[in-house]
Design a protein around this ligand. Structure first.
Ligand SMILES: Nc1ncnc2c1ncn2[C@@H]1O[C@H](COP(=O)(O)OP(=O)(O)OP(=O)(O)O)[C@@H](O)[C@H]1O
Ligand SMILES: [Mg+2]
Length: 270
């Protein structure tokens, strides 16, 4: 799914300028990781892409639809094909896993058609298949808030599959997971994205994961794009600048200004 972000600014009602002028475009099938310091505007940008916040300057076009100008109906139709994954899982805790997956069809099929026990058999079969894909079929009847963080994130992926999302916006999807779950969840997310040829924009704070999973990294700084390239172009100087760190006084062991990614990982963890 194609995204065009042109001169996007966002000032919140209290006057906070979260985005100054953001420009980038994403073509279908891209795996983009969004990096940047706390408060640089990453979540705000995702919210604007999701249509949860209105931009105050510039425009966002998704699949050719200008989401600031399009009719509400058109924006809602578009939003149905955008899956979202958040650090806090954004599932309905007191409903079952199965019901949360059925919610993926809420926008397309309406409340009664989507919710168990009245959901159409074809939807129920599909929800089971989605849960099988993420390895959670056995937990379908469990209350969602009794699941571990990694399992809850899998439920969010199953819901995204149920929704047949074409674009996935993920905001720190593994921030609260243990190291083993981090890897499992990231592997699963990017496997699904590849299988379904989804476009993904994923905010991460872990550089090693960004380098490993991204096809492209966009770095935001003070509400603007400060870096936009493939992971191998991400060197230490760029990271220092992105995170407003003073350059390391001690020379890199290799004395090479183009610090390798492995070294960057070891020395520049955020
Ligand atoms: N609803 C809001 N009202 C006012 N200011 C806000 C609101 N939401 C975010 N901000 C401000 O906008 C700026 C960008 O916030 P945002 O949450 O987008 O940053 P972020 O890059 O996601 O940070 P983090 O890495 O900590 O999640 C911050 O200064 C924040 O305080
Ligand atoms: Mg954020």
């Amino acid at each position: 799914m194609q995204i065009q972000v042109s001169g996007v600014g966002k000032t919140y009602p209290d006057g906070t300028r979260a985005l100054e002028a953001v420009d980038f475009s994403i073509t279908s099938g891209d795996g983009v990781v969004l990096l940047g310091a706390n408060g640089c505007g990453k979540s705000t940008l995702l919210k604007c892409l999701l249509g949860l916040e209105r931009v105050t300057n510039g425009r966002i076009e998704i699949a050719g639809v200008d989401i600031g100008r399009a009719r509400r109906r058109e924006v809602l139709r578009l939003r149905r094909s955008i899956g979202s994954v958040f650090q806090q899982f954004n599932l309905v805790g007191n409903l079952t896993v199965f019901q949360n997956v059925l919610f993926g069809r809420l926008g397309s099929d309406g409340f009664f058609a989507s919710l168990a026990p009245t959901a159409r058999p074809v939807l129920r079969d599909r929800a089971v298949a989605c849960l099988e894909r993420v390895g959670l079929a056995d937990l379908a009847r469990r209350r969602t808030d009794t699941l571990s963080g990694g399992q809850q994130q899998r439920v969010a992926f199953a819901r995204m599959l149920m929704q047949d999302a074409k674009l996935v916006l993920a905001d720190e999807p593994v921030a609260s997971l243990d190291p083993k779950a981090v890897r499992e969840v990231m592997d699963l997310l990017f496997e699904i994205v590849r299988e379904r040829q989804m476009t993904v924009v994923c905010v991460l704070h872990q550089l090693d994961l960004a380098v490993e999973y991204a096809g492209r990294i966009v770095g935001l700084k003070h509400g603007r794009v400060a870096f936009d390239a493939t992971p191998d172009a991400l060197d230490r100087a760029t990271l220092d600048s992105l995170y407003d760190r003073a350059p390391d006084a001690s020379p890199a062991p290799s004395e090479d200004p183009h610090v390798s990614i492995a070294e960057t990982r070891a020395t520049a963890a955020v």
